[in-house]
Design a protein around this ligand. Structure first.
Ligand SMILES: [Zn+2]
Ligand SMILES: [Zn+2]
Length: 453
């Protein structure tokens, strides 16, 4: 078996792995780096000869896994793309949105190569989608040999899968994908079965984050609801920056239940953008997926309003309320960026982060600052003193490191490939796994290098 990490920059970037198992060649995921732009953000597809793949696997629809799939697929016109049915529903919407963002960035960032793909590329790609259900493995044949491809639910977001691939000589590999064991309000937790596998490709996102004693997802939700009430009681507003796929829908359900329990004050809730169309997709997917439980009635029940057109930096919004908008990391020019610029300079307001923020993004930079310090909104050339209350809550979409360690120990593979994590996160796993009784070979792949095991 051979593996090449095509993610040129390492870390959590443009996820993409080239695999070779006997006569079979395939790629798992084709993402775009969330922090980079242009060709820099792409995986190194030069290492994959045109028309050389037998198939492609998509684990889920976050852009760090999906964002460059139309480019890869354009060069691999005969390769079917295996994915879950919910991912089949979501992928097109996510990619179309990505095209719009790239078109806007073309001028802003002077990137003539943008957009990296067209609507027609997306159309041709979706024609190659071959959905696989959770209960039934798919068999792929070539040169008289056979591969079994089996998906298992991975929690995380709707449609996310772990994938187990077995060759007919018994050789096997398990890709964890992005994984969450915890039950969410909208989505069941993962129950992966990696037992007896030869090679485990393990996500390591939270390797540098110790589990905090006494803190659970539910206790964090309680703390969040307490913090939401504070600005509303003071006559201010509250910004909750969220990822459009998954987190916005989860937060809508949390807010709706809290309001029904009398735990959330009566106030307007504003939502906008891609997350709102994902609401419709989640509603439809719930009808056929036993993993997902979501009804768009939640919008009416909460009285959700569209984001006001005019929000000005340093000026309190016309109507105070809860602003549940993307992006989760308050990236330049997104609705959460605009709302943050409006709210940050007033001590009646709060900004409450419910997910991970990369330290290089505006959200990450804001989290490192203290109250009273100045903050620069670079993209709009606006500086303000930080007066709003800023808090972060641990409601990660990823399994904690001890759970992943337990998963690895349960699998007891001969080789473990560390994946989807920053260097410190991978280091922690390498150290812990080196002490395992089954003595696995541990590979932290150098981008572009081919490993044989
Ligand atoms: Zn993800
Ligand atoms: Zn990811």
């Amino acid at each position: 078996m051979k593996l090449t990490d095509l993610n040129s920059h390492g870390g959590i970037g443009s996820n993409s792995l080239l695999m070779e198992m006997g006569p079979f060649r395939f790629v798992v995921d084709a993402g775009l780096h969330p922090k980079l732009a242009g060709k820099e953000a792409m995986p190194d597809f030069d290492r994959v000869a045109v028309d050389s793949l037998d198939f492609i696997i998509l684990t889920h629809c976050h852009l760090d896994h999906l964002g460059s799939l139309p480019v890869l697929s354009r060069e691999q016109p005969d390769a079917p793309v295996f994915l879950s049915r919910p991912s089949q529903s979501l992928a097109k919407r996510m990619m179309m949105n990505s095209i719009n963002v790239m078109k806007r960035q073309r001028g802003e960032l002077n990137l003539p190569e943008y957009p990296l793909y067209s609507r027609n590329d997306v159309k041709r790609l979706t024609d190659r989608f071959r959905p696989i259900g959770f209960r039934k493995a798919h068999y792929f044949e070539k040169d008289g040999e056979q591969l079994e491809i089996a998906f298992q639910p991975a929690g995380h977001v709707a449609g996310a899968v772990s994938c187990r691939i077995t060759r007919d000589n018994g050789e096997s590999v398990f890709f964890s994908g992005d994984l969450l064991f915890n039950e969410q309000r909208t989505l069941k937790g993962a129950k992966p079965e990696p037992e007896g596998v030869d090679v485990l490709v393990l996500e390591t996102t939270r390797g540098a984050t110790p589990r905090k004693e006494g803190i659970t997802r539910e206790s964090e939700i309680e703390r969040l609801l307490d913090e939401i009430r504070k600005p509303i009681d003071k006559g201010g507003s509250c910004l909750i920056p969220v990822f459009a796929l998954g987190r916005m829908q989860e937060m809508l359900v949390i807010l709706d239940q809290a309001r029904k329990d009398g735990r959330l004050p009566q106030c307007p809730v504003f939502c906008s953008g891609l997350g709102m169309s994902i609401v419709d997709f989640y509603h439809e997917i719930s009808k056929f997926s036993s993993q997902l439980n979501f009804d768009r009635k939640v919008l009416r029940s909460l009285g959700v309003l569209p984001l006001p057109n005019h929000m000005e930096p340093g000026r309190q919004p016309g109507i105070n309320g809860i602003y549940l908008v993307s992006s989760g990391m308050v990236v330049n020019h997104t609705p959460s960026y605009r709302v943050a610029a409006s709210l940050l300079g007033d001590d009646r307001n709060s900004i409450l982060f419910v997910g991970y923020c990369d330290p290089d993004t505006p959200g990450g930079k804001l989290l490192e600052k203290r109250n009273g310090e100045e903050f620069l909104f670079e993209a709009i050339d606006y500086v303000t003193q930080i007066k709003a209350r800023i808090r972060q809550f641990d409601m990660s979409g990823h399994a904690d490191r001890n759970e992943l360690l337990e998963l690895a120990n349960r699998a007891s593979p001969r080789t473990i490939v560390l994946h989807h994590g920053d260097p410190e996160a991978r280091e922690w796993f390498a150290e812990e796994l080196s002490q395992a009784s089954y003595q696995p070979e541990i590979i932290d792949p150098v981008p572009g290098k081919t490993y044989e095991f």
